[in-house]
Design a protein around this ligand. Structure first.
Ligand SMILES: CC(C)(COP(=O)(O)OP(=O)(O)OC[C@H]1O[C@@H](n2cnc3c(N)ncnc32)[C@H](O)[C@@H]1OP(=O)(O)O)[C@@H](O)C(=O)NCCC(=O)NCCS
Length: 232
């Protein structure tokens, strides 16, 4: 049987912090009740986002957003996909979303995705959030291979990967869906194998335990291992 570097090996038993705090942001998992927040973010930014976000359609309702949030919450509990909302620390304004998906715990590997509100763009917020989720993936989840996939035409998106020190691994047609074209989308695949140089963050509490103690991401293994020992 394959041995994981941190135990227990069933991903459902992995414990995560409830919030990550970076210099300017708070990042927390999407949960039931977030539908209204997601709906206003998506509807206010529809024209901007729909150019690149393939799953967005014009007629989505607030209820559909709530359904999506509850599906994300279920994915989170099953440790199949980790979807987060991103808030500014100073005003608690929701400014976008960040996710770790395509998770394969047997490697383990995953892929970072993101989108942000237009009126908060150009501040480096999404870069900061994507950097934190990347460090979280390596330090707390023991991810060994982390990718970012972008449409070759989506310069704003692949600039984030480059700013965070991901390397361009390959360019190939049809690795992701395309909104605008019937042709296969020329895709850039970026990769990182470690968290070197990524900023540290603070973690707050646990998503399953009522524990609000802040810890640095430098102590993330202690947090995860501690809870895992407590629940063994
Ligand atoms: C992709 C997307 C999130 C990029 O938004 P963004 O505002 O450029 O990203 P950031 O919040 O990280 O900001 C980076 C910009 O702020 C600038 N910036 C300002 N202060 C900064 C700081 N402290 N740190 C880093 N960048 C900073 C950067 O120079 C950059 O601007 P530039 O591209 O003109 O050089 C956004 O365009 C989007 O949501 N697009 C639609 C959805 C999408 O494409 N998702 C990706 C699918 S693969």
């Amino acid at each position: 049987m394959k041995q994981y570097l941190y135990k227990p090996s069933n991903p459902i038993l992995k414990n995560f912090p409830s919030t990550l705090k970076t210099r300017r942001l708070e990042i927390r998992p999407v949960r039931p009740g977030d539908g209204i927040c997601l709906y206003s973010l998506l509807s206010e930014n529809f024209d901007f986002l729909s150019k690149w976000v393939t799953w967005l359609n014009k007629s989505f309702s607030q209820d559909e957003c709530e359904v999506l949030c509850r599906q994300y919450y279920a994915d989170f509990i099953l440790r199949q996909g980790l979807h987060f909302l991103v808030f500014t620390k100073d005003t608690s304004t929701a400014i976008g979303s960040i996710s770790l998906s395509e998770i394969d715990w047997s490697i383990p590997k995953g892929s970072v995705g993101y989108w942000g509100a237009l009126n908060h763009s150009g501040n480096g917020y999404i870069t900061e959030a994507a950097g934190a989720i990347s460090r979280f993936a390596f330090d707390c989840l023991n991810i060994k291979r982390l990718t970012i996939l972008c449409d070759n035409r989506n310069r704003k998106s692949w600039k984030i990967a480059e700013r965070l020190g991901f390397s361009l691994e390959l360019q190939a047609k049809g690795l992701i869906d395309s909104v605008e074209s019937a042709d296969l989308c020329l895709t850039r695949q970026y990769v990182r194998w470690n968290a070197d140089g990524l900023e540290h963050f603070e973690t707050i509490g646990s998503d399953f335990f009522n524990d609000k103690h802040p810890l640095s991401s430098k102590n993330c293994h202690t947090l995860v291992d501690g809870y895992n020992r407590a629940t063994a």
